[in-house]
Design a protein around this ligand. Structure first.
Ligand SMILES: *Cc1c(COP(=O)(O)O)cnc(C)c1O
Length: 405
């Protein structure tokens, strides 16, 4: 049996749509005739000669050598992610936080100043507020919906601006194009956490952002089964970040990289259904008497809806809404859900819901929650791909049960 020759890299069209990229964006990296990529479950790779070993050992981002340095499965996932985000390359890591902390630590040094948002993913906030200052990096925390406040925070020694949009807890947005322009004019790097949108809904690099980071645990994996992260950027930045990655070691298992590759094949299909379900559900929730307020960028009632229409193509899975009756009513609503699962995370095929204030009660004081905008009656829901009528039936029943309680 002879293997079919894989297509030469330069025969791959560069003008494919996202739907096609997700399925075939790694085709040029196929090494044999298998339709599905093999899992390279090996921590180390053989060299055929002393010269080949020396070349592998001294290469930047080798495909072989040792899995902390690289693995063929990573390369296939990275090819697809880079094409989806429109960046030169991508780097896979063991988690979203692995990707974010490795990227930031690769780029900042003692004496640098960085700007971050008032509202970030909780562990990102900890990195900026607690970790970086310990190493002599000065951090300004700025209200991200106010581009002028971001502009005012920039200094001559500002090295980077960290952005995330949409962001918890109220799905507030950051104007990516405006901040990218401000930063670029001063030679300041920009990083955007694009986890809540996914490149199917928003492409930060096309809006001028330098580096795009992801928790691939969410939409990319898509099945609530793996933890993974990614950085999409230029070859130059990837080399710097990869060197830090080899040192910090947030390395993804080849099996999980393969599951991520399989998840990516259906990303565009899943996003289409998720966007449609979440928009329909958000509009429906707004009409329910037991619901006080719905936060979703796709709704005209969202304070930054115009910006959402400008920088997003779809609005994603996450809806935040508040239940009339305070903390206890909200707790009983979440407990009454049967189809929607009571669990954290987002972007997978199943609908998940959490009572945000209950989740943070052990780690944050009431004052901290208030500062973070977490109201006691918030529900955060990640809408999945179930039939919309079944979701409405489940949520409607839980809302009525809550009212009766
Ligand atoms: C989940 C998440 C992260 C962290 O990702 P992990 O894969 O859990 O490490 C970072 N940013 C955002 C916006 C997230 O939702």
């Amino acid at each position: 049996m002879t293997a079919a020759t894989p297509p030469a890299p330069d025969t791959q069209p560069t003008d494919w749509h996202d739907e096609t990229i997700a399925l075939h964006g790694d085709a040029a990296l196929a090494q044999d005739a298998a339709v599905v990529a093999p899992i390279h479950y090996s921590a180390t790779f053989r060299a055929d000669s002393p010269q080949a070993f020396a070349a592998m050992a001294n290469a930047t981002r080798p495909t072989g050598l040792y899995t902390r340095y690289g693995n063929p499965v990573y390369k296939r996932v990275e090819a697809i992610l880079a094409e989806l985000e429109g960046t030169e390359t991508a780097l896979l890591m063991a988690s979203g936080m692995g990707a974010i902390s490795t990227t930031v630590l690769a780029l900042v040094s003692k004496g640098d100043h960085v700007v971050a948002q008032q509202r970030h993913y909780m562990s990102t906030t900890k990195l900026f507020e607690e970790v970086l200052p310990r190493f002599g990096v000065e951090v300004s925390i700025v209200e991200q919906t106010d581009t002028a406040a971001i502009a005012a925070a920039l200094r001559p020694e500002t090295r980077l601006v960290m952005l995330e949009t949409p962001a918890n807890p109220t799905l507030s947005l950051t104007d990516l194009a405006a901040v990218a322009k401000l930063a670029a004019a001063r030679g300041i790097l920009t990083i955007a956490d694009n986890t809540f949108a996914s490149p199917l809904n928003q492409k930060p690099h096309e809006l001028g952002i330098d580096i795009v980071v992801h928790s691939a645990t969410k939409y990319f994996g898509g099945h609530h089964d793996i933890t993974a992260g990614a950085v999409c950027c230029s070859e130059e930045h990837a080399e710097l970040i990869w060197k830090m990655h080899v040192t910090l070691g947030a390395v993804l298992s080849p099996m999980d990289a393969w599951l991520l590759l399989r998840g990516l094949r259906t990303l565009p299909l899943r996003m289409e259904r998720i966007n449609a379900n979440a928009l329909a559900l958000a509009a429906w929730l707004e009409q329910q008497p037991q619901v006080e307020r719905v936060h979703y960028p796709g709704l005209p009632s969202h304070p930054q809806h115009a910006l959402a229409l400008r920088q997003m193509k779809g609005f994603g899975a996450v809806i935040a809404f508040s239940i009339r009756g305070g903390f206890d009513a909200t707790s009983s609503f979440v407990a009454s859900l049967r189809l929607a699962t009571h669990a954290v995370s987002l972007g997978g095929v199943e609908t998940l819901a959490v009572h945000t204030a209950a989740m943070w009660a052990g780690t944050m004081t009431e004052a901290q929650m208030q500062a973070a905008g977490i109201e006691p009656n918030f529900v955060r829901m990640s809408v999945g791909v179930e039939h919309i009528e079944d979701l409405k039936a489940d949520i409607g029943r839980a809302l009525r049960a809550t009212q009766a309680a």
